[in-house]
Write a protein that binds this ligand. Sequence first.
Ligand code: AMP
Length: 189
Amino acid sequence: MLNLVLFGPPGAGKGTQSEKLIANYQLVHLSTGYILRNEIKNQTALGLEAKKLMDDGILVPDEVVIGMIGNKLEENKNAKGFIFDGFPRTTAQAEALDKLLAGKNTAVTMMLALEVDNEELTKRLLLRGKDSGRADDSNESIIRNRINEYNNKTAPLKSYYTAQGKFHAVNGIGSVDEIFTALCKLIDK
Ligand code: AMP
């Protein structure tokens, strides 16, 4: 199985590159942000609870997203592999993912990090907010919260996957195709 973890701060281009990687490698896309936004749209209890945190750019509790990913892995038993987009975002989530995959006799193949500086990220997110209508993309102080959450809770995952020999970074500034080619080169190696 090919199990890719896409890593990078909000606005790094994870969603865009996910779409291209899924098409190329026939992977199942698991984006916790997307699943959560769907829960909000359907006004589920989980969605209503998560919305408050998401609107402030704060991470939702680990148990919530770990449970969601566990369910999706069960629902896609015959997948050739997965692309994890926006998950894991904390060390507890990374440990839980290792356990979930080990239970299916598989593992994370590699983490692919998209590296983009903070100034470019804020610019991209504000631009995206105009088109996507996402409240958390439209306000500079929420964007700053999201980048802070990333730096405090998610950035340490670089060491987690480096220790496993699975961390690979590419420059996230450039054309969509250039970045995609760089990612494919790493995967196909
Ligand atoms: P995203 O679409 O990945 O930028 O996620 C949007 C929001 O959903 C984040 O700011 C968090 O509030 C929440 N979220 C998404 N994925 C996770 C996760 N793995 N852990 C905790 N919160 C998450």
